[in-house]
Design a protein around this ligand. Sequence first.
Ligand SMILES: N[C@@H](CCC(=O)N[C@@H](CS)C(=O)NCC(=O)O)C(=O)O
Length: 223
Amino acid sequence: FFHFRQRRTTSTMRPLLLLFCYLKVATAFVSASRGGVAPSSTSLAGGYDATIGADPKTPIQFFVLPGNTCPYVQRTHITLNELGLPYDVTEVTGMPKPDWYLKINPRGKVPAIRVPTADYAVIYESAICNEFLCDYATFRQQKQTLMPMDPFMRARIRLLNDHCDNVFSRTQFTFLMNKDEAKDEELCTEMEEALRMYEDALVESKGPYLLGEDFTIADLHLL
Ligand SMILES: N[C@@H](CCC(=O)N[C@@H](CS)C(=O)NCC(=O)O)C(=O)O
């Protein structure tokens, strides 16, 4: 967004940029201030903990890359903290990914989580991990879920997340990678259009979050 600001700072752009910066800062602030459970980082050098059992008190095993630079991992990391679910971090090293990890996630990507159930449930893809974790928190009768039960709100969250994955991320990536100044104007307009959905959501819900007063995984998906 810094690049975006530098390239085009017309008066029509500024409110949208400010809006988006506000959203980013607000979600980051909330995430930091709500006080989730601090990660217990027990990096298991050679792989995963095969002794994980069905006891629900066993921490969820959370697979990440070393260095914590992956934005998809961070989404799930924040979800775990926000929900206050106990977890242990396992760093996955090596390229290509080791066989033990490909058995966990055949796509070889992080994040993935392994949940303490009798059949060793494994879930991957950050958006699916996050929805699962919200459902799991509800299943464990926790109050904090980040995903309302109202089916209309749930559909709304999924539409916002779909927009992020299929429109906003692609538009932002194309914009940031563009080296042809002649295309700047057109790409800025596409960015404005992609941001519009968030502006409309905030105006409609009256904020401070996309769906109103509660921080949900729709806000989290944009971080
Ligand atoms: N759609 C996936 C994308 C995950 C992804 O691309 N993760 C990258 C790191 S940011 C990864 O694991 N790449 C394989 C590697 O770096 O070895 C998700 O949302 O979880």
